[in-house]
Design a protein around this ligand. Structure first.
Ligand SMILES: NC(=O)c1ccc[n+]([C@@H]2O[C@H](COP(=O)([O-])OP(=O)(O)OC[C@H]3O[C@@H](n4cnc5c(N)ncnc54)[C@H](O)[C@@H]3O)[C@@H](O)[C@H]2O)c1
Ligand SMILES: N[C@H](CO)Cc1c[nH]c[nH+]1
Ligand SMILES: [Zn+2]
Length: 427
């Protein structure tokens, strides 16, 4: 089911800029442009129409009430609540170490300079809900926002049939400190968060993963509000040698593939035997999978297995690919970490499946996809803070700087700038 590629074929198909996957196509972009324009002009009326059309919810009571949020706790099992709480504690512990303080860069009698760290005031978090619901994504989005000190965290997620969101999402939102939840999804929800409507407050930044419509909407609102990233289909790349276990490898490829037909699962290995065993395991494990149909389409259309000459060759391919997730399942895996140049998040050794990071361990699972790990990072506390620099100069300090400022201002033919220094020193 999953095709095998030579190194050259893999490069041409998945790494070449000519064939590189885009998070969304022109048709999706045009659809989203129309929806967003409609939300901006007609507000809640349009929001209601699109929510009915795409999510089947015709009501206009989008906010999940306090009573509904309280009632949700009775509908979720104690095991799920305990797992969410334990995961939340790990995520909180990991992300709290990302926090930075405002700091002074220079302090003399005549010059003080530094940087203030301030949280953004209102963050919108998108939690996908079309094909599956993701309480783990609620934790991953909201906990860093909360730690950063965001005053109001507003979550949107579409209903999946019926007129309410899954209770587990509401419980996760309580655990993570979400202030408001709206039953809205897709590009209409992103537009409402970006521009506000009578019922939906506008936010300063929108974060979180979603499908192509959500990604297109985020790309369009960027500039009017902040965004974390434009996420494409999820990916895992696994580097394995002959010490790897084909049952583990197949399970990890399937774990990514079951997310979405467009998800991408790649194996780079030095072992021909491992390839043969993995192919057999994939057939076996897929046949028992509830989301078999999605996983099989994903593996067949978007997956790849590549036989490489060496682990070094595999790292070269992976660094060019810059995958969202990288698993290193080779002998002495930890020793290879320094070879990673481009990847969203790395899982090291035979007993660190991506799944433990997706749910529980602490690092964030909202990560850069389709090669963007070359220049960007996963969601973190940094996404929810702004850095404002500041400067104090005494008269003496300005006098020392004046000749240089005036020279540069004159060179740029900005006389007004030179004068702003001169007038202070001529008094
Ligand atoms: N990177 C991560 O951290 C992470 C985590 C969880 C999920 N994901 C990914 O997020 C994605 C979730 O996608 P999803 O579809 O399940 O949920 P979603 O909530 O992102 O999208 C559902 C919404 O898409 C809109 N939509 C659907 N069809 C449309 C159409 N024809 N025209 C206009 N709008 C339309 C609807 O408004 C609907 O509410 C998957 O690709 C999944 O792999 C990523
Ligand atoms: N693997 C997803 C990110 O690519 C995150 C996730 C959520 N739930 C399960 N997995
Ligand atoms: Zn996952």
């Amino acid at each position: 089911m999953i095709p095998t590629y030579t190194v050259r074929q893999f490069k041409d198909t998945f790494i070449s800029t000519k064939t590189k996957k885009q998070p969304f196509d022109d048709k999706v972009l045009q659809t989203v442009k129309n929806i967003m324009e409609d939300i901006r002009t007609r507000g809640d009326e349009a929001l209601q129409e699109y929510t009915e059309k795409f999510d089947g919810y015709s009501g206009d009571k989008w906010e999940v009430t306090k009573e509904e949020r309280k009632a949700a706790w009775k509908e979720v099992s104690p095991e799920v609540i305990e797992s969410l709480e334990r995961a939340a504690a790990n995520i909180k512990s990991f992300h709290s170490k990302q926090l930075q303080q405002s700091r002074i860069m220079e302090m003399t009698d005549d010059i003080i300079s530094g940087q203030l760290y301030r949280p953004i005031e209102r963050a919108g978090i998108y939690v996908p809900g079309g094909k599956a619901s993701y309480p783990s994504t609620v934790l991953m989005n909201a906990i860093p926002a909360n730690l950063a000190g965001v005053q109001e965290i507003i979550m949107v997620t579409p209903v999946r049939g019926g007129d309410s969101i899954p209770p587990v999402l509401s419980v996760a939102a309580d655990i993570a400190g979400v202030n408001k939840i709206y039953k809205l999804g897709g590009s209409q929800a992103v537009a409402a968060l970006a521009y506000g409507t009578d019922k939906i407050p506008s936010v300063d930044k929108i974060v979180g993963p979603g499908n192509a419509y959500v990604a297109a909407a985020k790309s369009l609102v960027f500039g009017d509000v902040g965004i974390d990233m434009i996420a494409g289909p999820s990916e895992v790349a696994i580097i394995a040698d002959e010490t790897a276990n084909s049952t583990f490898i197949a399970a990890d490829l399937i774990a990514q593939a079951e997310h979405d037909e467009r998800a991408r699962s790649f194996l780079f290995t030095t072992s021909k035997e491992l390839i043969d065993e993995t192919l057999v395991e994939l057939e076996k494990q897929c046949s028992e999978l509830p989301r078999k149909d999605i996983a099989e389409v994903s593996l067949t259309n978007e997956g790849a297995i590549v036989l490489v000459d060496s682990v070094e060759e595999a790292f070269a391919l992976v660094n060019a690919l810059a995958p969202e997730h990288l698993e290193i399942q080779v002998e002495n895996a930890l020793q290879h970490l320094s070879k990673v140049k481009n990847a969203g998040s790395v899982f090291i050794g035979h007993y660190t499946p991506e799944a433990v990071g997706d749910y529980f361990a602490g690092p964030n699972h909202v990560l850069p996809t389709v090669g963007t790990a070359r220049f960007s990072s996963g969601l973190s506390v940094d996404d929810f803070v702004k850095k404002t620099t500041y400067l104090y100069y005494s008269e003496k300090a300005l006098r020392n700087a004046a000749p240089y400022v005036e020279t540069l201002a004159t060179k740029e033919e900005l006389d007004g700038h030179a004068r702003a220094v001169k007038v202070r020193l001529e008094l």
